[in-house]
Design a protein around this ligand. Structure first.
Ligand SMILES: [Zn+2]
Ligand SMILES: [Zn+2]
Length: 333
């Protein structure tokens, strides 16, 4: 199956095209929103450290401790933001083919290519079951949740973890800043406090309340996305999809909560489940020998033969459901 490369999209090293090696969205609104996000984090760091903490605790042990913790959270929020923005969210490449085509014996190929697989009318390529087209990225994205202007990128299978970490760290920063401000200025009700930098402190309070509430709502909403594997777009369309649970977001080999879930380090999925997660195979990986006998597992082209669902446990405790022909349908001559 061959698909035409979209000539409208100019290949560039940095962008969201099929041939781009660095993922970056050149959407003006997204770039401005991303810059505002960095500015707000830097501003919070300046007010908390320079106006609240230093005049209050100086270079005492607690002063240094609070400065270090708050600065570390700012750093982690910025790194998560950068990773969410610069990581491919799960765009479908132009040589993606339906998984059954990869495993089909050569004689089955013609018949399979006649099957009407879902194709994106904008990208003109195969569209896997869980992919949706984003008109801003101009790409189909696997497990697309939404296009977030604050991180100037789609939120999908490839960067969902970084987006969640960004939201989580902003929530921690907003809560931490509010707690420090309340403790620092609580006695001002009864006595007169110094008014130096009061405007900045008020701005910090507004920023903290606004983004604290916003990120809290976002986390509540994302909780159901993580636990059910149903994205916001799936919900809007009334679709439910097969999913591999919480590790679709965090990757890794273990189901237990680990440190890498909370750090903006790269996500690693076991090779054995990658195709099932992505919903497509690459044309270059189709290496079927003429005489190789391959079990055909796609129920949609099984000549109506009854199939049964079998759960297969893979490395690291991952499990996949496979449709295999019922035992009684196999006739031995
Ligand atoms: Zn598309
Ligand atoms: Zn997008």
């Amino acid at each position: 199956m061959r698909y035409e490369y979209d000539q409208r999209r100019r290949p560039s090293k940095c962008g969201t095209g099929f041939r781009s090696s660095i993922w970056l969205n050149w959407d003006c609104c997204g770039l401005v929103c991303a810059a505002i996000s960095w500015f707000l984090i830097a501003y919070a760091e300046y007010v908390v450290v320079g106006i609240v903490l230093f005049p209050w605790m100086g270079t005492s042990f607690f002063g240094v401790l609070h400065t270090c913790i708050f600065s570390l959270l700012c750093f982690l929020a910025l790194v998560s933001h950068g990773k969410a923005m610069m990581t491919d969210p799960g765009s479908v490449p132009d040589d993606a083919i339906p998984i059954p085509l990869k495993y089909a014996p050569r004689e089955e190929l013609n018949r399979l290519e006649e099957q009407r697989y879902r194709t994106c009318r904008r990208c003109k390529i195969y569209k896997p079951a869980r992919a949706h087209h984003c008109s801003i990225c101009e790409r189909c994205v696997v497990k697309m949740d939404h296009h977030c202007p604050w991180v100037n990128n789609c939120v999908g299978l490839g960067n969902h973890k970084f987006f969640l970490l960004f939201v989580f760290y902003v929530f921690l920063l907003a809560t931490y800043a509010m707690v420090l401000v309340v403790i620092r200025y609580s006695h001002c009700m009864n006595e007169t406090c110094a008014t130096t930098g009061a405007v900045h402190v008020i701005c910090l309070c507004l920023e903290s309340v606004l983004f604290g509430l916003f990120t809290m709502c976002m986390m509540c909403d994302q909780y159901s996305v993580i636990t059910t594997g149903t994205t916001q777009i799936d919900r809007l369309k009334g679709e439910t999809s097969e999913n591999l649970g919480i590790r679709e977001v965090f990757g890794g080999m273990s189901n237990k909560i680990s440190l890498h879930w909370f750090l903006p380090v790269n996500i690693a999925f076991p090779e054995s489940v990658k195709e099932q997660l992505l919903g497509y195979a690459l044309e270059s990986t189709r290496t079927i020998e003429e005489d190789e006998e391959v079990a055909f597992l796609d129920p949609s082209v099984n000549d109506g033969a009854e199939t049964t669902t079998e759960k297969v446990i893979l490395e690291g405790g991952w499990s996949v459901e496979k449709h295999v022909p019922k035992q009684e349908d196999i006739h031995v001559v």
